[in-house]
Design a protein around this ligand. Sequence first.
Ligand SMILES: Cc1ncc(COP(=O)(O)O)c(C=O)c1O
Ligand SMILES: [Zn+2]
Length: 411
Amino acid sequence: MLGFWCLRCGKEAAGADQYTCPSCSGNLDVVYDHSLIKKKLTRAALAANPDKSIWRYKDILPIARYKGVPIVHIGWTPLYKAQRLGTDLGLKNLFLKDDGRNPSASFKDRAGAVVAAKALELGVKTITGASTGNAASSMACLTAGLGLETIIFLPQKAPVAKVAQLLIFGATVIAVKGSYDEAFDLCLKATEEFGWYNRNTGHNPFTREGKKTVSFEIIEQLGWECPDKVFVPVGDGNILSGVWKGFRDFKALGLIDRLPQLVAVQAEKSDAVKRAFESDGKIRPVSGETIADSISVSLPRDGEAAVQALKESKGFAISVTDEEILAAMRDTARRESVFGEPAGVASIAGLRQAVARKLVKSDEKIVALVTGSGLKDVASALKAVGQPHLIEPEISELKKLVKEHGMGGVP
Ligand SMILES: Cc1ncc(COP(=O)(O)O)c(C=O)c1O
Ligand SMILES: [Zn+2]
């Protein structure tokens, strides 16, 4: 790691403990010496590495001296060829990256893991963070096994499963009577006031570094082929900027020779990144309302980097309605056996729309990230599918029901 560059003003920012740019408060990007890393991180070295987790990419992660990493398994999640969903959509090469399979059941474990390793390296004892739910439950999960204290700020309305995760892993949970954005700002003030180590998305430059590992895995899992398009659910835009960083790192290391187009998928009223990308590039707050709580963001905290990633990758942005998200939850579960939370499958909702608008070609290699497990938000799942049949425990009742619905092939 060479240092930090500001993503907004392009200036170098010295000092490993900094969060944002001292000149303009823009988010920082970690810069590496690719020519040096290239000598170690080769296709042959990766093929010989038995570690099937994000730590197989230690050579291009921002920790100089590892004092420890979370004890649970992070990353190297399955990349499924989505045959049935692909056929429905008229796509021959659709893949789903199921990041609900991480220890706290979301993509955020990639970021939390690198932040936790950094905290151990820095010798800090207390980590704080604001979150719509997943980043926090991840941080709580990963720090539990390391004996670090975690203090979390989250909006009062966060889904109960995420709050339960936080409490069971022993985090101190401060529910804020307000939005995610308000919780975020309060957490920044707490950091200033008490000196805790801050994990906030985008604000801490290492979250993006953890998130980029998904792209490394996609490339390796596709047999060193680069996908044509990657569909990414977007809230703060940090997953998107991380995905882009990962592909760029691998290209800079000479491990791939081209880059994919990125597609940002946002909820209709939580679409600040899309608006900025399609206008003057400036991030302006929106209402943020959506059933997909994890991407319910008024003012995206890594929005500038996300817009930059869309521009550089010659990608595009799509917004989807809550109804389209609920349908995607159903389709992904029923066609591919993958149960994603609303934000987690927003990528699939966006893909369906992109197909309808002829923005993708049938033979393109497409990866859709599924970023969180459906068990995080069962209330939304039930909105997508309704309730079970309810009968008395009598065969006569059952016969009636089976006939009424033509169950199991009964006429
Ligand atoms: C399941 C899930 N999907 C997508 C996102 C969006 O990530 P970002 O806020 O980095 O854009 C989040 C963020 O919390 C998430 O938890
Ligand atoms: Zn700057």
